[in-house]
Design a protein around this ligand. Sequence first.
Ligand SMILES: C[S@@+](CC[C@H](N)C(=O)[O-])C[C@H]1O[C@@H](n2cnc3c(N)ncnc32)[C@H](O)[C@@H]1O
Length: 398
Amino acid sequence: MSSDDQALTGIIAQQIEDSPQRRIPFAAFMDLALYHPQHGYYGAGNQQLGPTGDFITASHLGSDFGELLADQLAEMWVRLGHPHPFDWVEMGAGQGQLAHHVLGRLKTTHPNCFKAVSCTLIETSPALQAAQKRQLRSWQDQGVPIAWKALADLPPNTWTGCLFSNELVDAFPVHRVTLTDTGLQEQYVGLTPGGDRSFETVLGPLSTSALADYFKWVGIDLAPPRYPLGYTTEVNVAALTWSAAIAERLQRGYVLTIDYGYDAQRYYTPQRTQGTLQCYNRHRHHSDPFYDVGSQDITAHVDFTALINQGKAHGLECLGQRPQALFLMALGLGDLLEALRSIQATDGKTLQAAIQHRNHLQSLINPIGLGQFQVLLQGKGLSPQALSCPLKGFSNPG
Ligand SMILES: C[S@@+](CC[C@H](N)C(=O)[O-])C[C@H]1O[C@@H](n2cnc3c(N)ncnc32)[C@H](O)[C@@H]1O
């Protein structure tokens, strides 16, 4: 265990000892483990993401993902009537590669949209915010407006454009609940007896009525006999707070959310008895959140029904949801694969580059990997004309 991890374990243990019942909700534990500004997994550094870190995301597989997304953005800009500025807001932007790829494509292929674009990045990790600033400095030097903001500081109706996130919502701290013979209970984190500051799970009453309300909200009745005793799952209350906050700040335009997850019926299927919590460390995954605290990512799948319902309640109309593979194919990923097929390799290096490029494209649409991620499109304040036909990413792949 690194000295950072020891410090974090001590901080969490102290919070537990200071709390009245010597336990904190799992969501509070996950929040500290991931986002403590000095020692949390995301707070402490920026080495976690990417091929040399713990996991990769679509933006580490070359520039195609960002470029196809930029084509979609340019179409949104036209549908919105060419607003200037056109807000491109990326929330949880990791190391900033995606924004870099998006701007590159807008500049070369959609120059008028590029001239109108104004970027805002919303990022809670100080280390990743610094990495984003390094990555995007050259664009700022070219005069592209790029600002880092905290969502809470922004007034309602701030943006006209597109609010985007990739693998953000799965990184929000979740509450964990377990069905017992006395009803639904919450999982808390306590300390094992013996004083060695090891963490253990303890059950207790729900810490907030938002948990019971959540299941009503998404139409799930977590009760026996349909659900077995011991059934454990997660509730992403933070996702609801976030969805309401961004809906309020969008004046006119789109919310595009990409993540892994399911609709509520599939998420909370009785057969998924231990939920979806996953921990990532050096490209391996397991389900023990108390292992190497501060050095591993902790995530849970996203309940898209909750995002859709919450969006509707706050003025966001659901315009479409489909797997990432279909979204990217509709945007032209198939044409890129086809073009690679016809490359006449004259030397080994060209051939190797073409093979790697093809592997990256196939990873983006892999039906048991990134391809099964869900892409949710919501909209607000759109004209009947803008709504008259689906955006390219939601049309039938040609
Ligand atoms: C799994 S990473 C995804 C990074 C990037 N989008 C990508 O696809 O490579 C999650 C990102 O969300 C950020 N994050 C987590 N909670 C956040 C919040 N409430 N607001 C903004 N960013 C947040 C993390 O610091 C990190 O940059």
